[in-house]
Design a protein around this ligand. Sequence first.
Ligand code: ARG
Length: 286
Amino acid sequence: MTISEEVMPAAAPETAGSPARSATARRYAMTAPEYFTVEYAINPWMDTSSRVDTALALDQWDTLRRVYADLGHTVELVPPRHGLPDMVYAANGGFLVGDTAVVARFAYPQRAGEADAYAEWMAAAGFRPVRTEHVNEGQGDLLLVGSIVLAGYGFRTDRRAHDEIAAITGLDVTSLELIDPRFYHLDTALAVLDDSTIAYYPQAFSADARKRLTALFSSAIEVSSADAYVLGLNVVSDGRNVVMPAAATGFACQLRRAGFEPIGVDLSELLKGGGSVKCCTLELHP
Ligand code: ARG
């Protein structure tokens, strides 16, 4: 038997039975890490003694931008502002559906100035910016799956903002409590893969949240601690291609088995601020 004959049958069961996945063109906004530093610590990943290599951060960020462009997606650029080092985490800028842009209201004063910066960009880009009364950290905690919004709370976004978001968007919002400070935003513990498929790290959620997730998503992928602890769930999917932290190799195998196409990228500099692929990407939902 030749090597290829040996390899082929073994590979077949991997994707057998998993649905064919199809990509749809997406629109994203990103903010370059020109002023990115770790000068304060507002999550357990941040260590103010760690030195950021700005040139490397820019390079890694630009690789991510090019991956999206090569997949055929549109990437809009938000101008970064001096003095707002976390602005690179564009996902936190808001939650956009149609022409409505819910502007973030940040939990920490160090990031408060980003709200105006993102609101100005949204208005200039033709969106209708709407503010909430309670703290919401945009797509860090608000993830659209089909026509429902999964909404995290416990560390950043105030649960009361969930009702505001339901009222503003007219979408159903499911509240999920996060319980582990390492997974302080929903997008660090849960990934949306397509309109009905998610992956998540169960240990990051309260018992009630886990119950809600298993009721809603029967075929959810559960990831290991090893993958969760490299922010492996902080991914961006177009329904088929899943752009993800390269270090989450176990999750990449799970994705492949489920018929997705994992594309690993290295954002080691941005991990120093507690963020990765998804954090750097604000999706403009149609
Ligand atoms: N340093 C930022 C913070 O703590 C990281 C934000 C990461 N963004 C995200 N969408 N999870 O707020």
